[in-house]
Write a protein that binds this ligand. Structure first.
Ligand SMILES: [Zn+2]
Length: 338
């Protein structure tokens, strides 16, 4: 089968790879309906993470089950399924508390930018859709696998809700879907921080009521200006850099909440800033599995259209171009046709 492999910074190749097989009784193998490139894939692509050996890429997936192990009973061959970027048993104490991404048996997924994928802990990880989805729903279901679920967790961690002002730092796919999530959770006002016209337009479509183009301390000052000098109740940090994290903390009012989901790279929070801020910080790898049933329902009923974040579609064979386009910010998020 064919799959995308990262060999070094800027070097993605689509190659012949071994066909995935059921290795454990709890495994399933799925045939991908579509694949995609994640903003977090750009960290190793840009050389920010060390690449010791060629790495099969991709951790977002939807598709049809081809084979299941003998211990799998919640899903069956032929089911169309959505899973999370972290496989989980969904039965341990941590899973049952809603933190499946920290499951005691968790397995980080990779290799989904390919034709087939082995999914460990299939019973806990995979959620079947009510039937075979219409083709136009597939991008949205694929978004549920990571970027939507991550934006959703960010909004929940930031305690977005009725009567609240939510500010969103980061205009990538996760930030934009954080806007959508905040709207679905009933936020009164949603401030999107973006300096790109196409992303501002999508943020507005997803529910943003205000756009701020400044960044860093100026961005935080602009959010305060829009909130009577107080700061937002809820701030989503969807970048992972020092500037974005400090901007998020400084944009939050005392007693407010920061939901941080940008994969942290070099972030160090000064103790005095944190001490004086009176903010709640909560985040990390999103427990997407917790939200999948609800997100699949919203997509199935066509109440939300998170697939709008895909503004580039290329065949799997052209994965290198998908990476380049996202790296150069020519595309928000690239879908790979399998
Ligand atoms: Zn668990």
């Amino acid at each position: 089968m064919r799959g995308a492999v990262l060999h070094g910074a800027g070097d993605v190749r689509v190659e012949d790879l071994p066909m995935p097989t059921v290795q454990e009784p709890t495994d399933a193998v799925i045939r991908l309906a579509a694949a995609c490139v994640c903003g977090s894939d750009l960290w190793p692509y840009r050389g920010a993470d060390e690449i010791r050996e060629p790495r099969p890429m991709g951790h977002e997936y939807v598709g049809v089950i081809e084979e299941v192990g003998s211990a799998v009973s919640n899903v069956k061959v032929g089911d169309f399924v959505v899973g999370s970027f972290i496989a989980s048993d969904n039965t341990c104490e941590i899973c049952r508390s809603g933190y499946q991404s920290a499951c005691v048996q968790r397995v980080g997924m990779t290799g989904s930018q390919a034709e087939y994928l082995r999914v460990p802990l299939a019973d806990g990880t995979l959620v079947a859709t009510p039937g075979e989805p219409a083709p136009d729903l597939i991008p949205s279901l694929l978004a549920a696998s990571d970027v939507l679920g991550t934006g959703w967790f960010a909004a929940a961690a930031a305690q977005a809700g009725p009567g609240r002002t939510v500010a969103v730092v980061g205009d990538g796919a996760v930030g934009l879907l954080g806007v959508l999530a905040a709207r679905e959770m009933g936020a009164e006002r949603i401030i999107a921080l973006s300096r790109h016209a196409d992303r501002q337009a999508l943020a507005t479509e997803f529910g943003a009521t205000d756009i701020v183009t400044e960044r860093g301390d100026e961005g935080a000052a602009a959010v305060k200006e829009l909130t009577d000098g107080l700061g937002a109740h809820s701030v989503i940090e969807a970048v992972g850099t020092q500037e974005a994290m400090l901007q998020a903390i400084r944009s939050t009012r005392p007693g407010g909440h920061v939901g941080f989901v940008g994969v942290s790279h070099g972030v160090e929070i000064p103790g005095r800033l944190l001490f004086g801020s009176h903010v709640h910080l909560h985040g990390g790898p999103a427990p997407v599995r917790e939200y999948l049933p609800e997100l699949i329902d919203l997509i199935w009923d066509r109440r939300i259209d998170p697939g709008r974040v895909f503004d580039l579609e290329v065949p799997l064979e052209d994965a290198a171009e998908a990476y380049r386009a996202m790296d150069e910010r020519r595309a928000i998020k690239a879908l790979l046709r399998v």
